[in-house]
Each structure stands twice: as C-alpha cells, then as structure tokens.
Design a binder for this molecule. Sequence first.
Ligand SMILES: Cc1ncc(COP(=O)(O)O)c(C=O)c1O
Length: 366
Amino acid sequence: MDWSSRVRKAVHRLKPYVPGKPIEEVQRELGLAEVIKLASNENPLGPSPKAIEAAKKVLPEIHRYPDDSYYRLRHKIAAFYNVSPEWVLLGRGSDEILLHIVQTFVEPGDEVVFSTPSFVMYDILSTLMDAVCVKVPLRDFVHDVDGLLDAVTERTKIVFIDNPNNPAGTILRDRAVRSLLNEIPEGVIVVLDEAYAEFVESPDYPKSLDYVKEGYPVIVLRTFSKAYGLAGLRVGYGFARPEITQHLFKVREPFNVSSVAAAAAEAALDDVEFLDRVRKTVWVSKRLMYRGLEQLGLRYVPTEANFVLIDVKRSAKEVADALLRKGVIVRPCEPFGLPNHLRVDVGTPETVERFIAALREVLREI
Ligand SMILES: Cc1ncc(COP(=O)(O)O)c(C=O)c1O
C-alpha cells in the first residue's frame, strides 16, 4: 500500500532536515582515516570532563525514570540566572522546546514570522503545525527588525529570532531588540533563541532575561549543545514568565530529558573554567580563520557564534564535496538560499589550519 494519501498534508509540505554528515560515515564511505567535522556548530573541545564524570555516576541508576520535576537541574539553572524555578523550561535540546512552543500556541492557519535564512527548525515545526510561515529576508546578513515588524499581522502568533543567527552568526543588539519588543502587538510571543549566546563578544548583546523580567512576552531559549559541549545528550533550556510556562509544561512529555543528560548538564553549568576555555579557544580560532580567509581573498560575515559564513564565489556544494574528499566536513548553504556560501565551524587553531590548507588546495583545483 502507498501510504502517501494517508499522510497529513502538512507532512507532505516538509523538507526533511539535512544534518551534517557524521565523521564515521565519511571515514567509511571515503576510506579516510582522519576526518574533521566543521559542519554542525559543535563544541571543538568536547564536553567538560566534569560533565562526563557526572553522567558516568548516574549510569548505575538508569533503570529508573528521571525525577520528572528535574528539581536539581531546574533549581540550579534558576539560581545561576537568578530567576524563579517556574520560569525554567527544559527540553530534549532546545529543539524540543521549540516544538512545545508551536504545539502550545499555533493553530492551523496562524502565522509565524521568522527571518530567512535562519534556524531551519522554525520552518519545519511551524509547517508541521499547519502554520503559515512568513519569511523576512535578512538585510546584509542581519535580522531586519522593520521587516519583521511589517510582517506581523493580526494572525501572527510567534516571531522566532535566532540571536546569533544561524547561519550568518550576526546578532541583533539590545537597542534593536527593544525597539522590536516595544512595537510588537499584544498577543504575539517573541522567541529569542540564543543557542550561541556564550560565544558572543559584543557588549551590546541583549541580556534577554531582563526582557522577561520587565514583562515583555518573550521566551528565551538556551542550550547545553553548543558552548557546553553536550549536543549528543540533548538538553536545552529556556525562560519565560509563569503565565507562559504553565501552558508549555502541559504539552511536555514526562521524563523528556534523560537522567544522564540532566546530571551532565548540572555539572556542565558549574564548570565555569571549562566554558571560559571554550570561549577563548573559539575567539582565537575565529581570528585565525578570518586571517586565513583574507589571505585566500574570500569574504566572510564576521561572526558572534562558533561558525562563520564564507562566500566561496562559486558553487559551495562543489567546494564542500571537494573538501569532503580531503576529510573536511563543512556545510554548503544552498538549502539556506545561499548557493555560494559555506558555513564552517571556527573550531580550534589546529582545525582552522587544516581547513584553510584544504580550502586553498580545493580552490586551486576547481
Ligand atoms: C539557532 C539554533 N537554535 C537551536 C538549535 C538546536 O539546538 P539543540 O536542540 O541541540 O539545543 C540550533 C542547533 O543547531 C540552532 O542553530
């Protein structure tokens, strides 16, 4: 039987998410021993050793379900950010909190506004809920605040803003976000998705919890997947006022974060020295990356995240395929509507060197 006719129309409209290729797959397919992956905005230093230790400690207890209130993790995050525990959202990655948000607020036909390009899950999850996705082009690779506001109508439920933006790595500064929040009509929720917040260097980056504290209709999302290095465990968190979180809590599956993930996240949050090392490594690497790209005569978008968007002035897909054959996995941005751009993790000084050397060869060859 062909099940297509039984599948929801919304599912037919979905384009599957294309993740970065796993290292093992590239090693297997191309017979390469040494492969580096710079395609998924991951932490170049791995997880905090303290998080690994904490995860190991929980293993003898994994026959039990987790504490569904996530008392310890919730209170730890609340204390760290100085908010009430009822403000704290927890999910299987911030992806799952995004899902909770659309499941809670979006009726079929409601409009959801976001930039293009931006994090692909806004499109996928909103489409799944039969929302109308209203996409506003970035302006010079930065969110266009006026464009986003113009796109809001009386049917808009949510505005998603990834800050920093994925794939551009640019940010909206505090003044710009405030001007958007001051203009946003009542009843529209603004989701500030700050998956890369810890990498931002600009002093004008918003302290978004202040918006929540000041009573703006904002949900702030953070994650343990990036700077904290726990992408494989899947833990994300967020903040909103109880008027909002009480509804989001209703759609959450019980035990949505594993006990191992919760324990590792608690330890990761405490390991401030590790976080500091990660940030400094990324900041050093990104400057090396800029220098390497300038020497190759390539333009890039200065980034506040742990990845950089590079204009390779030819088919980025071809460049990415050629890099892959040299054991370097990067992300061609054609699916983001940028056929000549690659998104590349800034990684460590060593991976920058390898990437730039491989790119230099590839640009000579094609
Ligand atoms: C902007 C943005 N938000 C959210 C996520 C999801 O992260 P996770 O579900 O691992 O927390 C990502 C992942 O790449 C992202 O780029």
